[in-house]
Write a new protein. Structure first.
Length: 744
C-alpha cells in the first residue's frame, strides 16, 4: 500500500467511525431503543426542540444600569468562534427581546404546540433578521450534537430473487419478518421513499400502541412531562399513511414486517439547504404545494399494490421548514390574501392543500417594521389576527457600547487598512445620540425625577444609559434620585408607538459611512476624523426622516452631535496621552481621593486617626477635605460628606466581601479630581505632545535630549498600549494639539 493509499484509508476510517458514532442510519427497532434510552430527547416537536436549543447553549447575567438582564449564549455565536468562523452575525444587545422570545417558546411547550406567530417588529435595520439568523445558526449547530439529534424515516423496498419487490408477492417475503431492510446496500434497494416532511418516526406506531410505549418510557425515567400534541395525537401524512396501510394489508396486520421496511435516518438542520430552517420573502404565493408522486417515471418500480394508490408529495417552504424554524421576512409587505391562510394554520396546526392536509410542525417567526405594523392595525382583519400574534419589539440599541460591537464584528475584520482606536466608538455614539428622545415631565409621576430627567443633555443621557454615569453638576441628592429612577427614564415611553429607539440612524447607514470613511482620500487609515467628516456629509444630505426633525432643547440636533462626539473622543485620546506622558502616575490622584474618603469617614464617625509620622492621634485632615471639596465645587460640605459615606456603605452592603471600587461608586467625583490634577500639568503635557508629533513627522532635531526622551517613551507607549500605527497616531495627536493644547 502506497503512502497516499494509507492516508486515504486513514481518512476513510475516521469518517466511517464518525458516521457510526453519530448513529446516522438505524433500523426501526434500533431507533426505538434510542427512544427508550432518551425518551425526552426523541419526543420533541419544533417548539420543544427550539427551547432545548436555548437551554443547551445556556445563558448568563449581564449588568445594565437599570438592572440585571439574562442573555442567551446562542446569540453570541460562540460555537462559530470555536469552529474558526467569524461571528459577523452575532446579536448585540436586545436582551429584552431574547427574554420575550424564550418566554413565548416556553409557553408553546406548555400548550403542547406552537400556536402563535411570533412577530418581531421595529425600525428598519434593528437586527430582526440577525435575531432569526442566530436562531437558525444555533439550531444548525445543535442538530450536530448528541442532544440535538433529529431523525426522519424512509420506506425501503428491496427486490427479491424472483424479481418482485419484497412485501408485495415476492417469494422472499418470509425473510422480511426476521430482519430489517434499513441497512441494505443501495444496489439492493428497488425503491426508497423518503418523508419530505421529515415526519417524526414515532408516528409510524399506531396511536394506542404509541401512547402505551411512550408512557412506559417516561415512567422508566421518572419523567412527568406532558408530551407535545405532535407525538401524543399526531398522525402520518396522507402519503405515508397510504403506504403504511398498504403494507399492513399485504402483511395481514403484521406490524413487525411493516416496520422492517423503515429506515430511520439522522438529518441535520441547514439554512443553506432549506432543511428545518427557511426564510420566506414577501412573495405573492402560497408556501406549499403538491405533485403526484406516482406519475413520476423514475418511480416505475413501485410495488404493484402501491402503484394503484395515488400518492402525492408535498413541497414548498412550509415543507422545507418542517420540524424547525420558518421566518416570514417583511411579512406585512405581502398582500393580506397571500398569507391569510396562516390564520387557520396557526389555529389548527394544519394547512389544507388540494388533496391532503399538511401538518405544520414549525415555529413561525415574522418580521415587520413599525410603519407597516401601524398600517396593519388599522386593517379590518387585524382583530382576527391579533390573538394569533405574539409581538416582540426590537428597537435600535441605546447603549453605544453595544452598538459598537456591531461595527467591530462586521466592519473592522473586513478592513485592509489600519483602524484607529475609538473609530467605531465615534460612529456608535453619534448613532445612539440620534435615537434619544427628549424627556417630558408629563411621563413621570415623581416630580423630582421628572425635573432631573428633563434637565439631561443628550450626551448625559447617552452616558447614563451606557454605564449609569451621573452628571457631575448634580447634587448628591439629585444623583441619588437619578440612580433610583433610572429604570423609569429608560422605559419612559415604552407604551407609546413612538418609543425610544424607534427612530434615528440605522446600523446599516452607519456601516455604509464607515466603509466610505475607509476610502477617504485625505486619510490613510480608517480613523475617527474620517468618520466625523462622513457624518457631516450625511447631515448635509437630509435623505432620512430623522434628519428633518427640528432640534429641541439640544435633542435631534444631529450636526451638534458631531461636535459632542468629537469632544468625547478627544477626551479619551487626551487621557491616553496623559497616562503615557509619565508625568503623573494614575495611582497618585486615586490615592489622593481615597485618602479624602478615609478622612471623611473619620469625620462622619467623629473619630481620630494615628498620624503615621508622629504617632499621635489627630483629627481628620480638614485642609485635605477642603481642597478636594473645592475641586468638586461642593456647596454644603457636611451634607455632601454624609451622603458620600452613605453611598459607599450602600454599595458595600450590595456587594459583600468586595473591595469598594471608587471609580464605580464615586466615578464622577474621581474624574473631576483627575481633571484638576492634570490641568495643573497641562503645559508639561503639551510639551510632550509636541515632541511626539515631531518624532512622527521626522522633525525632532530641535528637541533637547530630556524632552526628546520623554516624547519617545510616551510615543512608544501610546502606540503599543493603544494599538496606534504611525499614520493613525499622527492624525489623532495633531487633532488633539489643535483642539486642546494650541494655546498652552
Amino acid at each position: 500500500m502506497s503512502k497516499d493509499d494509507h492516508e486515504l484509508e486513514s481518512l476513510s476510517a475516521a469518517v466511517r467511525d464518525r458516521f457510526l458514532a453519530e448513529k446516522r442510519v438505524l433500523s426501526y427497532d434500533e431507533y426505538l431503543g434510542q427512544v427508550l434510552e432518551h425518551p425526552r430527547r426523541h419526543t420533541r416537536d419544533a417548539a420543544r426542540y427550539l427551547k432545548s436549543c436555548f437551554d443547551y447553549f445556556g445563558h448568563y447575567s449581564v449588568e445594565r444600569p437599570y438592572g440585571k438582564s439574562r442573555r442567551w449564549r446562542l446569540f453570541d455565536l460562540e460555537f462559530q468562534a470555536s469552529d474558526g468562523q467569524r461571528r459577523r452575525e452575532l446579536l448585540a444587545g436586545q436582551e429584552q427581546a431574547q427574554e420575550a422570545f424564550y418566554r413565548i417558546v416556553s409557553n408553546f411547550v406548555r400548550e403542547g404546540r406552537a400556536n402563535r406567530l411570533v412577530l418581531l417588529y421595529g425600525p428598519n435595520g434593528s437586527a430582526k433578521s440577525t435575531f432569526v439568523a442566530c436562531l437558525m445558526k444555533a439550531t444548525e449547530h445543535y442538530s450536530t450534537s448528541d442532544e440535538g439529534a433529529l431523525y426522519r424515516s424512509a420506506w425501503i423496498f428491496p427486490r427479491g430473487r424472483d424479481g418482485q419487490t419484497i412485501g408485495f408477492g415476492s417469494e422472499d417475503e418470509a425473510s422480511s419478518a426476521q430482519h430489517t431492510f434499513a441497512n441494505l446496500e443501495p444496489g439492493k434497494i428497488d425503491v426508497k421513499l423518503a418523508s419530505e416532511l421529515r415526519e417524526h418516526p414515532l408516528l409510524l406506531l399506531p396511536l394506542d400502541e404509541r401512547r402505551k410505549f411512550l408512557s412506559r418510557a417516561y415512567r422508566a425515567h421518572d419523567l412527568d412531562d406532558t408530551l407535545p400534541d405532535l407525538i401524543w395525537n399526531g398522525q402520518l401524512s396522507q402519503k405515508n399513511k397510504d403506504i403504511f396501510e398498504a403494507l399492513l394489508t399485504a402483511y395481514s396486520g403484521d406490524l413487525r414486517k411493516v416496520l422492517a421496511h423503515v429506515q430511520v435516518e439522522r438529518f441535520y438542520i441547514s439554512r443553506r439547504f432549506r432543511t428545518g430552517a427557511v426564510t420566506i420573502g414577501p412573495e405573492m404565493a402560497v408556501d406549499a404545494r403538491e405533485r403526484q408522486l406516482t406519475a413520476d417515471r423514475s418511480l416505475a418500480s413501485l410495488p404493484g399494490s402501491l402503484s394503484t394508490v395515488t400518492l402525492f408529495e408535498t413541497a414548498g417552504e412550509l415543507v422545507d421548514g418542517s420540524g424547525g424554524l420558518i421566518e416570514y421576512s417583511d411579512l406585512l409587505t405581502r398582500p393580506l390574501e397571500a398569507w391569510k391562510y396562516l390564520l387557520l394554520a396557526i389555529e389548527t396546526g394544519e394547512v389544507a392543500l388540494q388533496y391532503s392536509i399538511l401538518p405544520v410542525n414549525s415555529v413561525l417567526v415574522a418580521s415587520s417594521n413599525d410603519l407597516h405594523l401601524r398600517a396593519f392595525r388599522e386593517h379590518p382583519e387585524y382583530r382576527s389576527f391579533r390573538g394569533r400574534l405574539q409581538p416582540v419589539r426590537m428597537p435600535y440599541l441605546l447603549d453605544y457600547r453595544q452598538e459598537q460591537q456591531i461595527y467591530d464584528a462586521q466592519i473592522v475584520p473586513q478592513m485592509q487598512r489600519p483602524v484607529a482606536p475609538h473609530t467605531t466608538m465615534v460612529a456608535a455614539m453619534w448613532a445612539v445620540l440620534t435615537r434619544l428622545l427628549r424627556p417630558e415631565a408629563k411621563n413621570y409621576r415623581n416630580h423630582a425625577l421628572a425635573k432631573i430627567a428633563c434637565s439631561l443633555t443628550p450626551m448625559e443621557k447617552l452616558r447614563l444609559y451606557a454605564d449609569a454615569t451621573v452628571p457631575s453638576r448634580l447634587s448628591a441628592d439629585e444623583g441619588k434620585e437619578l440612580r433610583a429612577g433610572l429604570a423609569d427614564i429608560v422605559h419612559e415611553v415604552d407604551a407609546s408607538d413612538v418609543y425610544e429607539g424607534a427612530t434615528g440612524a440605522s446600523p446599516r447607514e452607519i456601516r455604509t459611512r464607515l466603509l466610505d470613511a475607509a476610502q477617504h482620500p485625505d486619510y490613510r487609515c480608517l480613523s475617527p476624523l474620517a468618520v466625523l467628516e462622513c457624518l457631516e456629509e450625511l447631515c448635509d444630505q437630509k435623505d432620512y426622516e430623522y434628519l428633518e426633525r427640528k432640534p429641541d432643547d439640544g435633542y435631534y440636533d444631529h450636526r451638534s452631535f458631531i461636535d459632542s462626539v468629537r469632544d468625547e473622543w478627544l477626551f479619551k485620546v487626551d487621557d491616553s496621552v496623559r497616562t503615557c506622558s509619565g508625568l503623573v502616575d494614575e495611582a497618585q490622584y486615586r490615592d489622593l481621593f481615597e485618602r479624602y474618603i478615609t478622612h471623611v469617614s473619620l469625620w462622619v464617625k467623629n473619630e481620630r486617626y494615628e498620624n503615621p509620622v508622629t504617632g499621635q492621634l489627630e483629627d481628620p485632615d480638614a485642609q485635605l477635605m477642603k481642597s478636594i471639596e473645592g475641586i468638586l465645587e461642593v456647596r454644603d460640605a457636611e451634607d455632601f460628606r454624609r451622603n458620600l459615606i452613605n453611598a459607599i456603605a450602600a454599595h458595600a452592603i450590595d456587594h459583600p466581601g468586595q473591595k469598594v471600587d471608587h471609580s464605580v461608586v464615586s466615578g464622577r467625583y474621581l474624574e473631576r479630581v483627575k481633571a484638576s490634577y492634570f490641568a495643573e500639568r497641562a503645559k508639561q503635557i503639551a510639551e510632550v505632545l509636541r515632541g511626539m508629533l515631531a518624532l512622527l513627522r521626522g522633525d525632532a532635531e530641535h528637541l533637547e535630549p530630556g524632552p526628546r526622551s520623554r516624547a519617545s517613551d510616551a510615543l512608544e507607549q501610546f502606540k503599543s498600549h493603544y494599538a496606534y500605527c504611525d499614520e493613525c497616531a499622527l492624525e489623532v495627536l495633531d487633532e488633539l494639539l489643535h483642539r486642546r493644547y494650541l494655546d498652552v
